[in-house]
Design a protein around this ligand. Sequence first.
Ligand code: GCU
Length: 345
Amino acid sequence: MRTTKTLGIAAAVGAAALMLTACSGGTAPASSGEPAAAGGGTLQLALNQTEEHPSYIALTSFGERLSEATDGRWSIDVFANETLGAQQETIQLVQDGTIDLSIVSGTQLENLNPDFGVLNLPTAFTTIESQLDVVHDDEIVGDLFASLEESNNISVVGGLTQGTRSVYTSFGPIETPADMAGKKLRVQESELHIAMAEALGGAATPMAFGELYTALQSGVVDAAENNAISYVTQRHFEVAPFWSNTNHLVGIDYMIADSAMLDGMSEEDRAAFDAEWDATYQEHADLWVTQTEEAIATAEAGGATFTDVDTAAFDEAIAPLIERFIQTDEQQALWDAVRAAQADA
Ligand code: GCU
């Protein structure tokens, strides 16, 4: 029996009420010592991954280093397994200052500002390294990342890679999009990814991440797409053991923050926060490489098979998405900058 949602949203709201006394704006000390001189507190960070996932590991050590660098003024509690809610719910909690931080997929931000969709397109990113360079390059993404501050009280701190995503199914390996005909393919809740599922040949079924194991197990969906690490940490390989290397996307997660909380940090503490973040996304990328290899081995040992696909057939099916989802001059300029920055990658 899986217990992904151990609290549920009702309990999360109760927990969030408690948190109000312990976070957001730095009224409480990070530990039970002296009150912080220049503001501080224990930041509540929502995550929808397990405690084995690189994001949990890297973010936990982010909190430890932040605490050290700020003499204990700021620390972080990472709530794994969607205990504070699914990503869409946590965006709302960050927005109203109930929690401080959340890791959300790029697809979720597309719903607040469609321009984020440019970075959610297949072929936006060539490699994990070039992706991380782009999403930490102010010249390219500075305006985009600042776009939610005034309207939504959300600051985008930076990105954690989701690595390369491929399709996996409960019914057998696929070689071309035609093999997905009539099959229900779970995707994230995004217009673009719904269109992507259709391009991949399936019938799109958007749903939250935490619901997916049961949906695959019960046949509500026949397939999903993700990276090998989530495939294993979520145990999806148990119920959808046929992985096909479509490699259709290098995905991106963002760390979003309550803008008012960040604005309330002293200059010194904010500099420490930013410096430790830089170390965090890099540590995460290193963990990504080793854990991907381990995940594939674990899935294979558990009976999953990994097969290659007709890559040209998938490339051809996906290509029209670029033109369809780049609709404004701003989006075109962003796309051009993202691609130009990776010309040599
Ligand atoms: C990845 C990603 C998550 C996302 C998930 C999904 O695991 O890191 O942020 O929620 O995919 O497919 O929903």
